[in-house]
Ligand binder design. Structure first.
Ligand code: ATP
Ligand code: GCO
Length: 165
């Protein structure tokens, strides 16, 4: 992994492309991919499916689980998709990782992401939670930031270029 950043957290609001871009990036970098969605307790998935946003308390255990996963992959490396919307969530994710963790922020407008979510099928996250995702988001100041208004291949290329800079 470039720069010794072994664990990359691909972050952003729902529908920003964390799963799609994260998987592609993991193939290019030959690192395992983990989707944060798969680590939510059932209660969280039920809550989101019912149209209610998660609160700090709901997210705490989930973030701790993803931090554990990151620490376990500190040597071998991994790509983890996680919304990581707030600064203090990112601190929780980084615990024990220091400089080995890097955040990759998928930056896009409400309108662009809304239009992609309208096309997406078979996912528990309802479109009406997108506004609360943006309201909760504290955009990171220290992250590799890429515009998602490009094809997935171009987005990944741009991430890899920035990782190598
Ligand atoms: N750069 C892109 N260009 C076109 N479509 C994209 C791009 N990135 C993602 N998509 C599509 O947009 C939709 C949302 O992407 P994806 O499911 O990866 O987002 P996500 O951030 O993982 O969402 P969630 O947090 O809700 O799981 C998907 O249908 C995906 O295929
Ligand atoms: O922090 C959150 O509100 C959640 O993590 C959501 O972002 C979902 O996990 C995901 O985006 C839906 O698929």
């Amino acid at each position: 992994m470039p720069n010794g950043k072994t664990v990359l957290i691909v972050m952003g609001v729902s529908g920003s492309g964390k799963s799609r871009i994260g998987k592609l990036l993991s193939e290019k970098l030959s690192r395992p991919f983990f989707d944060g969605d798969d680590f939510h307790p059932e209660a969280n998935v039920k809550k989101m499916s019912a149209g209610s946003p998660l609160n700090d308390e709901d997210r705490k255990g989930w973030l701790v689980a993803l931090n554990k996963l990151a620490v376990e992959h500190k040597d071998k490396g991994a790509i983890i998709a996680c919304s990581a919307l707030k600064k203090n969530y990112r601190s929780l994710l980084r615990a024990g990782m220091g400089n080995c963790m890097e955040f990759v922020y998928l930056d896009g407008s409400f309108e662009l992401i809304k239009s992609r979510l309208e096309q997406r099928k078979g996912h528990f996250m309802p479109l009406n939670l997108l506004k609360s995702q943006f309201d909760t988001l504290e955009p990171p100041s220290k992250a590799i930031t890429v515009s998602i208004d490009e094809t997935p291949a171009k987005v990944v290329k741009s991430i890899i270029k920035k990782l190598n800079d």
